[in-house]
Design a protein around this ligand. Structure first.
Ligand SMILES: O=C(O)CCC(=O)C(=O)O
Ligand SMILES: [Fe+2]
Length: 336
């Protein structure tokens, strides 16, 4: 399905001044690969990002902690790596990266929101995800795609424990390392508060009923031979108070239990397209996304798989690791 949003709205923005960018950049260029000792690196990065101008620091902290703040924020003029190797073509980390400025920016911003977490079902449980077009996934409803509109969704909203809300990240951060050559790729964010305002009461009433089963993320292991889908228990797509609704839509499909529910889902995707914020991410930009307050999406774009393709890095974040403890891996308390 191709959705052409009709409205352009501005993002809440934090724009670093050049001196702050360069001071932070010099500090981050000296950092080792943060994956080597993540907790130590997070402490270093916490100290580095605490040096942001206080007003900007507070804007990011408020984004992370308050119910009534926006669901998406764009941070601009961030430091970048002095040299960038080829974009990975298989969605795994580059082995040719000599500096780790992008990784440090990603983790530094992430740690202002909470704790980075990984899921064994997504990118092998890595904490830093490389998001780039992969040939074999070009037409899938996953982060590997490029030939299709990636529908409005939350990340990792499905949970195999049957309680759909136990595993989803509270936030994700997307940091752009390389824009697509044709500058086509658009990232969208539809805030559930705007969605609720845009929908008619009848549709909203249906979306608030447990008439929807969320499909497991595309990378979940499933019974490929029989083609069986792995589905959550029936849940409502919109839940919670009208002034602060939580919205849940899995990336690769929601199965509705009634025809009415199917129509409501279609209206929801259309409404998202109409009210969504949009951004053409470019190097030096990072997008902070609340994974409960809204849904995100991405346009189609051209991929050439030649090392020059669009390249983002992504983290998943929880405010606290506590509520995920029942599924933490024995090897790494951040991986679930
Ligand atoms: O490529 C984008 O802009 C967003 C892709 C996405 O949905 C994700 O990485 O979770
Ligand atoms: Fe996503």
């Amino acid at each position: 399905m191709i959705i052409a949003p009709t409205l352009t709205q501005t993002f809440e923005e934090v724009v670093l001044d050049d001196l702050t960018r360069d001071t932070l950049g010099a500090r981050l260029r000296a950092q080792p690969n943060p994956s080597t000792d993540l907790d130590r690196s997070l402490a270093e990065l916490h100290a580095a990002f605490a040096g942001l101008p206080v007003e900007q620091l507070q804007a990011i902290l408020d984004f992370g902690r308050h119910v009534d703040t926006p669901g998406v924020m764009l941070v601009r003029n961030l430091p970048c790596d002095p040299e960038l190797p080829d974009t990975p073509t298989d969605g795994t980390p580059s082995r040719d990266k000599r500096t780790f400025v992008a990784e440090c920016v990603l983790l530094g911003l992430s740690h202002l929101l909470g704790e980075p977490v990984g899921f064994s079902t997504e990118k092998d449980g890595r904490l830093i995800h490389d998001v780039a077009p992969v040939k074999t996934g070009a037409s899938t409803q996953t982060n590997e795609s490029s030939k299709v509109f990636l529908n409005f969704h939350n990340d990792i909203v499905y949970d195999d424990t049957g309680r759909y809300d136990t595993a989803n990240p509270d936030f994700l951060v997307l940091n752009c390392l390389r824009q697509d050559a044709d500058r086509e790729a658009v990232t969208y964010y539809a805030d559930a508060r705007d969605v609720v305002r845009a929908l008619d009461p009848g549709t909203l009433d249906v979306l608030r009923q447990p008439l929807f089963r969320l499909n497991a993320p595309g990378s979940y292991v499933r019974d490929v031979a029989s083609g069986t889908e792995v589905l959550s228990v029936p849940i409502p797509v919109i839940a919670g108070p009208a002034h602060a609704p939580e919205i849940s839509v899995s990336a690769n499909g929601v199965r509705e239990l009634t025809p009415d529910a199917g129509r409501a889902l279609a209206r929801l995707q259309t409404a998202c397209g109409e009210i969504a914020h949009r951004v053409w991410l470019e190097p030096g930009n990072a997008l902070l996304i609340n994974n409960r307050k809204g849904l995100h999406a991405r346009s189609e774009f051209a991929a050439r798989h030649d090392g020059r393709d669009r390249w983002l890095q992504r983290t998943y974040i929880r405010r606290s690791l506590w509520n995920l403890r029942h599924r933490a891996s024995a090897d790494d308390p951040r991986v679930h």
